[in-house]
Design a protein around this ligand. Structure first.
Ligand code: ATP
Length: 322
């Protein structure tokens, strides 16, 4: 007797490129092992309303290269209430579903944890562009978002050089500076402002002026959304340096687009691993990418102390942008 016969998969929180590859892997790997696999539409909202449909091989055809999520996603206030959690659990138990795969960020994992306390077997897959889940080196969607930022900044750079201006570019990441740091290092930004490290606009201004005086005709400063209000940073920097600057907020384009090969691979390998782990009868776990391996770890790791910040990468970015 297999530990699970029927499983369900949902996506929750912000969409991320590579989620579709993960859904496809869960569905196909499940069917490969003779399981019945259900898709839950519209995240926890849909779960509470019973929006479950059995997925067939063809249900996930032609999606591996598409951004977004075919299951749709949502934020769901009812999941914060006991009544909502009980109804969500009831929908799964009522349909005889043995385990739920949740693809989303740490908020979505918390939702999964509440279901686990109500007797539902759960497993979390890290799907968010922010790379802010504790316990995994990478989340599905992060690499694509970094590439999107690099591409957008290379276009902005044309205007920055032509007008000989400083550009402040705000990128996503909530309270995590990973998108800013990786993209900033990749494009050779003059400064990278992230929530993890306090910054001094006077020092940044001095660096801008040093560059200006040695003939640099433009500068790019990457600002993580969690680092502070970009409009305040812009006006303060203008005041301190006396140099004009322009603000660009990249916004939701960072969440869209075809997944990079890395994210499509992460989706495929993590989705597949989730099913393997369920088949071994292991629940309340998260799938992680750690030291180039896709592994399972206890779900509560995601709620523990934050992973240490990549100080070396930050220092390198500063050293290369003297
Ligand atoms: P992203 O990082 O892309 O924003 P996320 O999963 O962290 O993704 P959240 O908005 O934090 O996004 O959470 C998604 C949904 O998970 C919430 O709308 C809610 O339904 C559920 N959820 C979050 N936190 C909890 C919690 N503490 N208890 C129950 N459900 C929760």
């Amino acid at each position: 007797m297999k530990p699970v016969q029927k499983i369900a998969v949902l996506t929750s929180g912000g969409d991320a490129p590579g989620m579709n590859a993960a859904i496809r892997a869960v569905v196909r790997k499940g069917i490969f092992h003779g399981l019945k696999v259900y898709g839950v539409f519209h995240g926890y909202n849909g779960l509470i309303r019973g929006e479950l449909r059995e997925m067939k091989l063809g249900s996930v055809a032609d999606i591996v290269h598409r951004g977004g999520t075919i299951l749709k996603t949502a934020r769901c206030d009812e999941m914060f209430t006991e009544e909502g959690q009980r109804e969500a659990a009831h929908q799964l138990l009522d349909k005889g579903i043995d385990a739920l795969v949740v693809i989303g960020g740490d908020g979505s994992y918390r939702g999964a944890q509440t279901l686990s306390k109500l007797g539902i077997n759960v497993i979390g897959l890290p799907g968010t562009i922010d790379n802010d889940i504790v316990g995994t080196d990478l989340t599905i969607g992060f690499d694509t978002a970094v590439n999107t930022v690099v591409d957008a900044v290379s276009k902005l750079r044309d205007t920055a050089t032509s007008h000989e201006r400083t550009f402040l570019v705000e990128v996503m990441g909530r309270n995590c500076g990973d998108i800013a740091l990786r993209a900033g290092l990749a494009i050779g930004a003059e400064s990278i402002l992230i929530p993890e490290i306090s910054f001094d606009l006077k020092e940044i201004s001095e660096k801008l002026l040093r560059g200006y005086h040695r003939g640099k005709n433009h500068s790019i400063i990457i600002v993580a959304e969690g680092a502070g209000n970009i409009w305040d940073i812009s006006s303060e920097l203008q005041e301190v340096s006396g140099l004009d600057n322009r603000v660009t907020i990249l916004g939701h384009i960072q969440r869209g687009g075809a997944p990079s090969a890395m994210d499509a691979l992460l989706g495929a390998t993590m989705g597949s691993k989730a099913v393997e782990v369920l088949m071994e009868g292991k629940f309340e776990v998260m799938i992680s990418y750690s030291n180039n391996q896709v592994i399972e770890r206890p779900l509560e790791i995601a709620f523990g102390p934050k992973d240490s910040f990549d100080q070396k990468l930050y220092d390198l970015a500063n050293e290369l942008a003297i």
